[in-house]
Design a protein around this ligand. Structure first.
Ligand code: 6LW
Length: 480
């Protein structure tokens, strides 16, 4: 079952304007922040930008991995697009952005100092009141244009008694009722979606007798951890849910490596309550995706760590090449200069042509600072490095041919685990000279969320660890 937006695209929020749908996701410590997608059928999504692409909109200086930007809500109201989100780092808090075109530019932030809590939602009632509902579940009346809060936080509902982490609230007016959709059970295997309804946006809320309305708890299904959902109505009146889920692989307990991905399901209303249908498969794999760095700008799928400054990362300095200039000393260093893209397929082949000149750098597969594998070239040597928790090691090395070299990582999903401990995939690192020579093949379980912890998934990309390193092209080929 393929997601509709594969790779690390969690906490999806969706809205419709006319015949067009737009979707936004969390982006954590990566810059630019909040990928924005467009679709006309809810199955095929194209990234049209990132909402937060200027330092005046997003500061992540002190964001540790899996901190930063959490759980946006995207809405179309009164002829404008509204985005509300929490930056859990750098004193960011809850902030609202607006745009007339969701591809951007988005406004500078309006801060909501009176709103505490993550996963903020925006909903408007017929009297023009704007309600901001947050994890917990609490609610504030706000003015999203000024950031003012009227009165304090009111408790709305805490979900199913005994269930942990009532979060990800979204509030909708549907027919005669206000529906409050939440996630509960935590974002791991116990994740679920529950719903309550009321006559007014402020409650009192009556829980759905069939809660949870969505969960994969204890269910034999390749898609697990389903939850954190949002609803949208199609022009024909049908309802749809976007939600996050993961695809664990290997033996026990199952390791997911791509982060939490966005899935789609139909929703019908029976007796005034939503009933969630089977997941709708996402489109078949994308075509090979090649970047030649010829346009001088990086496409929106490229993400950097915490910031992207022309001094360290530019496609303009040597035309047709991406130039990275080291700031941190390597992939262990939170300050490393890294630019990559989400791994979006369970199997894929990634290649790049690197000219290390007098620098050191290469191709990395990153989960976080403490969990990454890379192949790098420097001063006549090619090395494969692995960092797993507190342990770092050089896995393989060999002399480098002079001049630019093609570095390769191939990820192969492990479709038939040999035993209970078999990992989800194998990552093979090598060089093309011109035939492929594999220097090391590593178990992918160590670059999974179940090992590393946190909320993110793998990103594959380019880095500079010393001096200036230039890349002529970057080729990402899905293999499934
Ligand atoms: C998000 C919370 C969650 O704020 O994970 O799955 C957190 N749900 O709602 C970070 O993505």
């Amino acid at each position: 079952m393929k997601p509709v937006v594969p790779g690390m695209h969690p906490d999806p929020s969706v809205c419709r304007a006319g015949d067009d749908y737009y979707l936004a996701c969390s982006s954590f410590e990566y810059f630019p922040g909040i990928p924005v997608f467009h679709s006309t059928d809810l199955r095929h999504w194209e990234q049209i930008g990132n909402a937060l692409e200027r330092p005046s909109q997003l500061v992540l200086t002190s964001a540790s991995s899996s901190a930063g930007i959490y759980a946006p809500t995207l809405r179309h109201h009164d002829g404008r697009f509204w985005l509300i989100v929490t930056n859990v780092s750098d004193g960011g808090g809850n902030v609202v952005f607006t745009a007339t075109d969701p591809a951007g530019p988005w406004s500078d932030p309006v801060r909501l100092p009176g709103v505490e809590g993550i996963d903020p939602d925006l909903a408007w009632d017929d009297d023009g009141n704007c309600w901001c509902t947050v994890a917990g579940v609490g609610q504030y009346r706000i003015d999203p244009a000024t950031g003012e809060t009227f009165g304090g936080r009111r408790r709305l509902w805490s979900g199913t008694p005994g269930a942990k982490a009532p979060e990800a609230p979204h509030l909708y007016r549907i027919g005669d009722h206000w529906y409050l959709l939440i996630a509960e059970g935590g974002t791991e295997r116990g994740h679920a979606v529950s719903v309550a309804r009321a006559q007014s946006p402020t409650g009192p809320f009556e829980p759905c007798p069939a809660n949870p309305v969505l969960s994969r708890r204890g269910v034999d299904d390749p898609v697990q951890n389903t939850g954190h959902a949002d609803l949208v109505q199609a022009p024909d009146g049908s309802w749809w849910m976007v939600l996050l889920g993961v695809r664990p692989g290997g033996g026990t307990p199952g390791w997911h490596v791509l982060g939490r991905e966005t899935f789609l399901a139909p929703v019908t209303f029976t007796g005034g309550w939503p009933v969630v249908g089977e997941l709708v498969p996402g489109p078949a794999s994308a075509e090979p995706d090649r970047d030649d760095f010829d346009s001088g700008a990086l496409r929106p799928s490229w993400i950097s760590l915490r910031d992207r400054d022309e001094r360290w990362c530019t496609a303009r300095e040597r035309p047709g090449w991406l130039t990275l200039r080291a700031r941190g000393s390597g992939m262990d260093d939170p300050a490393v200069v890294f630019a990559g893209r989400r791994q979006q397929h369970l199997s894929c082949l990634v290649r790049t042509l690197v000219d290390p000149a007098d620098g050191r750098g290469g191709l990395a597969v990153r989960l976080d600072e403490e969990h990454h594998y890379e192949i790098e070239v420097a001063s006549g040597e090619i090395r494969v490095l692995a960092r797993i928790g507190p342990l770092s090691t050089v896995v393989a090395s060999r002399p480098a041919p002079g001049g630019p070299v093609v570095l390769v990582v191939r990820v192969d999903e492990n479709r038939t685990p040999r035993d209970a401990r078999s990992g989800p995939d194998t990552l093979s690192f090598g060089i093309e000279d011109p035939d492929l020579t594999v220097l090391a093949a590593l178990d992918g379980k160590y670059l999974s969320t179940e090992v590393a912890g946190g909320f993110t998934g793998r990103v594959i990309g380019l880095y500079a660890a010393e001096g200036t390193v230039r890349f002529d092209w970057f080729d990402y080929r899905p293999l499934n």
